[in-house]
Design a protein around this ligand. Sequence first.
Ligand SMILES: C[S@@+](CC[C@H](N)C(=O)[O-])C[C@H]1O[C@@H](n2cnc3c(N)ncnc32)[C@H](O)[C@@H]1O
Length: 400
Amino acid sequence: MKEENDFKMIAKTIFGLEEILAQELQRLGAKDVEEHNRAVSFSGDKGFMYKANLSLRTALRILVPFHTFTVTDEKSFYEGMQSINWEDYMDVGDTLAIDTVLSSDLFTHSQYLSQKAKDAIVDQFRAKHGERPSVDLDKPTLRINLHVYNDTCTVALDSSGESLHKRGYRDKTNLAPINEVLAAGLVLLTGWDKRTNFIDPMCGSGTILIEAALIANNIPPGYFREDYGFERWKKYLPFDEELWNLIFDSAVNKITDHKQVILGGEISPNVAKKAKENIKLAKVDDVVSVKICDMKDFEVPPGRGVVVINPPYGERMDKDNIGELYKMMGDTFKKNFSGYDCWILSSNMDAFKNVGLRPSRKIALFNGPLECRFMKFEMYQGTKKTHKLEEGYQKKKRQD
Ligand SMILES: C[S@@+](CC[C@H](N)C(=O)[O-])C[C@H]1O[C@@H](n2cnc3c(N)ncnc32)[C@H](O)[C@@H]1O
C-alpha cells in the first residue's frame, strides 16, 4: 500500500531488460511497479530511492518526476518551465545541468530545449535576486531530466547523477567493454542459480565475470561508487546522511562469502591482464579467475553451469574469419561444455548461423546502438533423451 511519504520514481534501463528490472524492484520492495519502454515506474519513499540507486543492477538512473505541463511550441515550453517555483528545489548559489529526451515532432534538437529550459530557470532567479545559478555539467547540485512525449513535458530530478553503470570498480581502459548494466542483465536473464559454475571464455576486460560475482555474493552494484546526485540535494528530498548510512550498512550486512567457481578465458594476454586488474579492483579475485587461452582449449570444470559470451561481432573482421569463430564456439560447446547452458550475445545474425546449434531461447537486446540477440544453447549431458529422463527422475525424487 502507498504510504504518505511515497512518491513516484522511474528507473531507466536498456531495451530488453525491463522485465528483469521490474523483478529486481519487486524483490527490493518497490510498490506500483509498471514496465514501460526502456523504463520501469514504481513508488517508494526517500530511503527506497537510496536503496534503488545502491542496489538495482539493471537500472541506468533513477528519476523523480515532479511536474508535467502541456507544450505546443517554444513559448509554451519556456512558460511551463517558468511555472515551477525553482526556489523550492535549489538556491541561487547552486548549480544545475539539464538533460532532455525528445519523443515529439514539436521539437528537433534536445540540446536546444535543454538550453531554453536553463534560460527559463536562470531568468526566474535573476528576476528575483539579480543573480543566477550557474551550470555544472559534471556534478551539479540539481540534475534535471526533461522528457517531452508528444505534447507533454515531464520534469524530473535525476537522483543518480552519473549513470549507474559507472560502478566505480573499473580502472580507465581503452578497450570497449560491455556496459555493466547490460552485463548484469545478461547474467540475471540466464537464471543462473549462483551455485553452479559460471564461465565467460571470451571475457575481455572481465565485466560479465565481475557482475556475476557481485550477484552471487549479494554485493550491491553501488558498493564502490563514491557519488550520487541525491547527496547534493538540499531543499526537495534533502540529503539525509544518517538514513543513507543505514541503507548502505544494511545492504553491506547482506553480503555473503560463498566460494563459487567463476572462470574467464581470454586469448589476448594484454586484455587478460586488464581483466585481472579489474577483478582485483572489484575485490572479487577470491572467486573469479582468468586464464589466457583460446576458447577451444579452455579447460571446463565438470558438472553443470552457465556460459555467457559476448564475442566479437565482426565489425573489424572479414566474413570468413567471423564465421570460423562462431563455428568454433558451437563446436566447442558440443565437445567440451556438456551440462552447461551456453548463451551468446551478438548483433551478427549471419554469424549466429555458423554456431550450428538450435537455440532454445532468443532474447532481443540492445548493446549501445546495436540490436542484438541473446541466444541460449542447452548442452545436455548425454543425449537429450537421457537428460529428459534424468530431469523426470530428479523431479520425482523431490516429490518423494
Ligand atoms: C567483445 S570482446 C568482450 C568484451 C567483454 N565482454 C568486456 O566487457 O570487456 C571479445 C573478446 O573475445 C576475445 N577473443 C576473441 N577470440 C577469442 C578466442 N578464440 N578465445 C578466447 N578469447 C577470444 C577478444 O580478444 C576480446 O577481448
